[in-house]
Design a protein around this ligand. Structure first.
Ligand code: 26W
Length: 824
């Protein structure tokens, strides 16, 4: 180790001693025999000390002032790493950087030892994480609530071009940021039989033969940027209620007991990567009820503790948010607690419940709108089923008043119908606010998917466009750009993101543009180095970095992107002299385990990459890179290096997108459809500074309805698309008929009965065309850099601080924390 000669301040000298102290006391190491992982842990312990003090003080004050709190229930929190973010938020980065340097270490490498908390699939989970950062930065009291999955989203490896899923054992080496609170454990009942009995004091409920699971909470502190408060992410872990009493069992019984215990604990074992056809349904429903029930029981107990057992102010002081339908079962669970445990009557309980709950919808894809088979629901959650039946019965009366005997409409709106429990309808019928995640998405909810509910209660619906936290996505991910921005427009933009507009005039300043371009080149070099080390592919930092990173789904159209690359390849093969600016296409995407076609698209990308990267005719003009295991930390490296951001979903299907915003804030230009938040991005930055192509939402709707234009007609009349589709099956990419399924689904349709359901064929020509425009635009570097600067300048609207302020105004109505005057 080379110890650098670094002058440390007094405070830094103390910090250095603290880190060394933690190393020796907690791990029995000195600097000489410590690994980077030890240093990471020692540093994390020191940061924790700082956080704990604030946490204690905040909680004490919160108890005193009885300030309203929001409980954000989410099946996913995609937190990524905590050390770097906590240092940034506590303004300690420089100190740790200096101290580690003086020990001959780099903060960057130490941070790299932390495992990502990958407790989510994609956008919805990352949004929840950004929201916690913004809530805390804005000093609004909040709890994030979810499951402490032992295994996060799988680790992806690419073997022979194909996705292989490995377990993501993120807790293997411990979690430095969690604190167990077993004293606040809750019991959750599943199955069995329920009996209701009238007694003198009302109704009582008796259970028989239930399986009881214990939920143990683990708390992770959430720091905000320069914030006086520390919020909490509370994750529940499942344990069997009874421990094994070995002596009490015969051998056969023992095996059964072990099995029961494993079954119980499977509830918090693994996050289901699910955005295609749901499988493992029963376990998913168990998971949902488990974390929701633990959370609400604890919330009520805590409230009673703080309010002398009085629940009369509950709806004034508590808001509960349902993030997509996954936690929707909270509604009947709340009714159960208020009635069965707290002795309220139906009307009182319903009044409170409907005032407390609000719901965000994140998708209109019918396969992702959760519906539970009635028999499963009834068997697993008999008491919740009874309550849901009653909510449904009362709903039916209301609907009949509104819609007479329009049975079709009423059936469509009921919670229980056609053998299923419809969770979106449960939310629509019982939440006081319902929101979409972009303007377009909310329009579609109001005019299409939830139209009849909208007509019934238009005042319930609000549009709140998603956002991202600039602390993680610009400051932490791109310190080089952040420094340049601060040098140019001063401090403060990371919390008042609209201040970024002050950068706009600098788009015309050649000296600024030069520095701006230098930062981008530096980020490209860093990514190129990673690609060289991990993929063994040499990419030219002077080529255009064109990036599509997100979950793999047909509607997101990674297929359109790779077909276009095949088209370019084919052009080069036919005319090796064709002029194409050197181009590096970068992909990162995980496909849900059971989503076969998505996995086939991953294979296609990797096969095309192999073909293109090794063809001497191409001569390095195009390179294709698939970065495996895409997740939060990789996103922090990839996004700042991008010059083109691919946001090319079929119009009407991407509810918002949030990756699009991260790219924009880091100065990439978007090529996109008029979908989700892209629409608002184009309004903010101006249509000249974004590349919009393809069909819009009404055009997609009409094409689906009438099957026109027909993909076969396009195939017949357009030789480019014909050639590319043939390449899928003529052995160019793969020797056998590997890709026949893709070919078939595009031209002739699949089981869904519809050819080219996602408009890949129909949008192909427009996509080729926009890329030709992009190619040309990139050569005019000055103009390009201007556009890039303007993208950063006009991205401020997409700060999650703005999003959270809107939620607070329109939905939660929390008050900002008041710091005690004497500091006590
Ligand atoms: C039913 C199971 C299930 C579980 C998760 C279905 C679908 C999911 C997705 C992974 C949910 C998701 O991430 N949705 C995304 O949410 C983002 C935040 O609002 C939006 O920006 C994206 O458009 C939306 O796809």
């Amino acid at each position: 180790m080379i110890h650098q000669d670094i002058e440390l301040t007094e405070a830094q000298k103390i910090l250095k001693e603290e880190i060394l102290g933690k190393l020796s006391r907690h791990y029995g190491r000195t600097l000489e025999d410590a690994t980077d992982a030890h240093i990471y842990k020692a540093a994390a312990l020191c940061v924790r000390d700082v956080i704990m003090e604030r946490w204690i003080q905040y909680r004490r004050q919160q108890r005193k002032t009885q300030n309203k709190e929001v409980f954000y229930l989410s099946f996913e929190f995609l937190m990524g790493r905590a050390l770097g973010n906590n240092l940034l938020n506590l303004e300690l980065t420089k100190d740790y950087d200096q101290v580690l340097k003086s020990m001959g270490l780099s903060l960057y490498e130490i941070e790299d030892k932390e495992a990502d908390a990958g407790l989510g699939n994609g956008g919805l989970g990352r949004l929840a994480a950004c929201f916690l950062d913004s809530l805390t930065t804005l000093e609004l009291p909040a709890f994030g609530c979810s499951i402490r999955y032992e295994y996060g989203l799988f680790k992806q490896r690419i073997v022979d071009g194909e996705q292989v899923e490995l377990p993501d054992n993120w807790l293997n080496d411990g979690n430095m940021w969690e604190i167990a609170a077993p004293e606040e454990s809750m019991i959750v009942r599943f199955g069995g039989k329920v009996f209701t009995e009238s007694t003198d004091s009302g109704m009582s409920v008796r259970y028989e033969d239930t399986t009881n699971i214990v939920g143990i909470p683990y708390d992770m502190p959430i720091c905000g940027y320069k914030s006086n408060i520390v919020n909490t992410l509370r994750l529940w872990s499942a344990r069997a209620e009874k421990d094994l009493d070995i002596s009490a069992f015969s051998e056969g019984e023992l095996m059964k007991a072990v099995e029961d215990k494993a079954m119980a604990e499977s509830i918090s074992k693994v996050l289901y990567p699910e955005d295609s056809n749901p499988e493992g349904k029963a376990l998913r429903l168990r998971q949902q009820y488990f974390f929701v029930s633990c959370t609400l029981q604890w919330m009520i107990q805590r409230f009673k503790r703080h309010h002398n057992g009085d629940l009369s102010k509950l709806s004034e002081l508590v808001a509960v948010h349902i993030n997509d339908t996954h936690p929707a079962i909270a509604v009947p669970e709340m009714m159960r607690i208020l009635m069965d445990e707290e002795g309220m009557g139906w009307d009182e309980a319903w009044d409170i419940t409907t005032k407390i709950f609000a719901y965000t919808n994140h998708t209109i894809m019918s396969e992702a709108l959760e519906k539970w088979p009635m028999d499963l629901f009834m068997r697993l959650l008999p008491r919740i089923w009874m309550i849901t039946v009653e909510i449904n019965r009362r709903l039916q009366i209301r609907l009949e008043e509104a819609y007479g005997n329009d049975i079709g409409k009423i059936n469509y709106m009921l919670i229980i119908a056609n053998g299923y429990v419809n969770m979106a309808n449960l939310c629509l019928a019982s939440c006081h606010k319902v929101n979409g995640v972009s303007k377009l998405h909310t329009d579609i909810l109001q005019n299409d998917v939830f139209r009849d509910y909208y007509n019934l209660n238009p005042e319930k619906f609000v549009a709140i466009t998603n956002g991202i936290t600039y602390r993680r996505w610009v400051r932490l991910a791109n310190p080089e750009l952040s420094d340049l921005i601060t040098k140019t427009i001063g401090k403060g933009w990371e919390t008042n993101c609209e201040e970024l507009k002050a950068l706009a005039p600098f788009a015309d300043d050649a000296a600024f543009r030069e520095q701006f371009a230098k930062v981008k080149l530096e980020k490209k070099k860093q990514l190129a180095k990673y690609i060289q080390e991990n993929n063994g592919i040499e990419v030219d930092p002077n080529s255009i970095f064109d990036v599509q990173v997100k979950r793999l789904h047909e509607y997101k159209r990674q297929l359109l992107n790779i077909l276009h690359i095949m088209y370019l390849y084919d052009r080069i093969k036919h005319n090796p002299k064709v002029e194409i600016h050197p181009h590096t296409f970068i992909f990162g995407a995980k496909a849900a385990r059971a989503y076969t076609r998505a996995k086939l698209i991953i294979k296609l990308i990797n096969d095309v990459a192999k073909m293109v990267n090794n063809d001497p005719d191409v001569n390095g003009r195009i390179k294709v890179v698939f970065i495996e295991n895409y997740g939060v930390s990789l996103a922090q490296m990839i996004i700042p290096a991008a010059e083109i951001s691919e946001q090319i979903s079929t119009a009407g299907l991407e509810a918002s997108g949030t990756g699009n915003m991260k790219f924009m804030a880091n100065g990439a230009l978007t090529v996109g459809t008029l979908d989700g938040a892209n629409v608002e991005m184009s309004e903010c930055v101006g249509i000249d500074n974004i590349f919009i192509f393809g069909m819009n939402t009404p055009e997609v709707k009409s094409a689906l309805q009438y099957g026109r234009p027909a993909p076969q007609d396009i195939y017949a009349s357009n030789s480019d698309i014909r050639r590319v589709l043939e390449m899928l099956i003529d052995g160019t990419v793969s020797g056998n008929k590997t890709y026949y399924d893709l070919y078939q689904s595009l031209l002739f349709g699949d089981r869904s009965g519809c050819a080219d359901r996602y408009m890949v064929v129909r949008d192909f020509e427009s996509y080729v065309h926009i890329h030709q425009i992009i190619d040309k635009a990139y050569r005019a570097q000055d103009e390009w850099q201007k556009k890039a600067v303007l993208n950063v300048a006009y991205s401020g609207f997409f700060s999650s601080d703005r999003t959270i302020s809107e939620y607070n105004e329109k939905v939660w109505r929390l008050n900002k924390y008041k710091k005690p005057k004497n500091g006590k």
